[in-house]
Design a binder for this molecule. Structure first.
Ligand code: SF4
Length: 73
């Protein structure tokens, strides 16, 4: 099973991840950054396991992040 890793502290709040996969993300009203819904946080690094059926679009979404802070492992 793949995992999304989000290095949230480097997020610039562009909203592309949310536009592409609104089921996975929320844009924070507090600091304007993207938040990975239901992810487990360790400091500012968020991790979420995803099903294989969404792996491909999730990889595309990660590629679209302009600061490359979304990794799929
Ligand atoms: S695409 Fe990247 S920089 Fe833009 S909101 Fe999402 S995580 Fe942040």
């Amino acid at each position: 099973m793949a995992k999304i890793i989000h290095y949230r502290n480097k997020c610039i709040g562009c909203g592309i991840c949310f536009e592409q996969q609104p089921e996975l993300w929320r844009m924070s009203k507090k600091d304007g950054k993207a938040t990975l819904v239901k992810a487990i946080a360790k400091k500012e690094i968020y991790v979420l396991a995803i099903g294989t059926h969404i792996e491909e679009p999730t990889r595309e979404m990660a590629k679209a992040c302009p600061v490359k802070i979304i990794k799929i492992v």
